[in-house]
Ligand binder design. Structure first.
Ligand SMILES: Cc1ncc(COP(=O)(O)O)c(C=O)c1O
Length: 229
């Protein structure tokens, strides 16, 4: 672990990145073919560092317009929700391309049952009053670390939180909706398929979560301050 930290820090230094996104890719080894017997099973580690802005800065003030993708998530019994595996991303990239073609900021992905799972690169939260809901891990999401932090912050700040099965109807009838991710941080989602969510602007709970997350992590403060005033 100490050695890995030193490699990551060295990569950041060489790339002159002070505030950026770090991604580690761990492979199963080198060689051809699916059968692990036939490869050299010594994992390779790739360290990628860069600045990464998933969404334009102004989207943190206006919120994202989202479409429902025709690509569904891979079920939780195929890829464990805690595993961020490259194989998962073919569908998510296709979903993001759909959003781009539609001029939308993000693509909502449902599961095979038509339940809400997540967006192409973020987890989703719905707000009704002081109650916050997010799809259960069994819905086929990546169980993101920002999702965990936001749940913890919400519970510590007077909100109730439930992880449950949600449908697009729950989105249409939510007061507010927001998305979370390491790169996205916390960002409002203000419409789904051109149907306004709440009053079509990032609402007070979304802004509160943006502020709480910025305070906890020390990142994203500039947009959070901008929307909190
Ligand atoms: C599909 C998907 N869901 C959710 C997330 C959010 O996960 P995290 O908060 O761990 O960054 C990501 C982040 O990359 C993602 O790619």
């Amino acid at each position: 672990m100490k050695e890995l930290k030193a490699i990551i820090l060295d990569t950041c230094r060489q790339a002159e990145i002070i505030d950026g996104y770090i991604r580690l890719n761990v492979t199963r080894g080198t060689g051809l073919g699916l059968d692990p017997k036939n490869i050299n099973r010594k994992p390779s580690i790739m360290v990628m560092v860069n600045s990464l802005a998933l969404y334009p800065r102004e989207a943190y003030e206006t919120g994202l317009e989202v479409i429902t993708s025709s690509f569904r998530v891979i079920p939780a019994d195929c890829i464990e929700p805690r595993v961020k595996c490259i194989g998962k991303y073919a569908c998510n990239i296709a979903a993001k391309q759909e959003a781009n073609r539609a001029g939308a900021g993000e693509a909502l992905m449902l599961n095979q049952q038509g339940e809400v799972a997540e967006c192409s690169g973020d987890n989703i939260f719905l707000v009704n009053g002081k109650h916050i809901r997010t799809p259960h891990a069994s819905s086929g999401i990546l169980k993101g670390i920002t999702r965990d932090t936001v749940i913890e912050l919400a519970l510590a700040n007077g909100y109730t939180v439930a992880e449950e099965t949600l449908t697009p109807f729950d989105i249409y009838t939510a007061d507010e909706c927001f998305l979370t991710g390491t790169a996205a941080e916390v960002i409002g989602m203000v419409s789904l398929d051109a149907n306004k969510i709440g009053d079509g602007k990032p609402g007070p709970v979304t802004r509160d979560m943006m502020r709480l997350y910025a305070e906890r992590t020390g990142i994203g403060t500039s947009f959070s301050v901008a929307v909190a005033v």
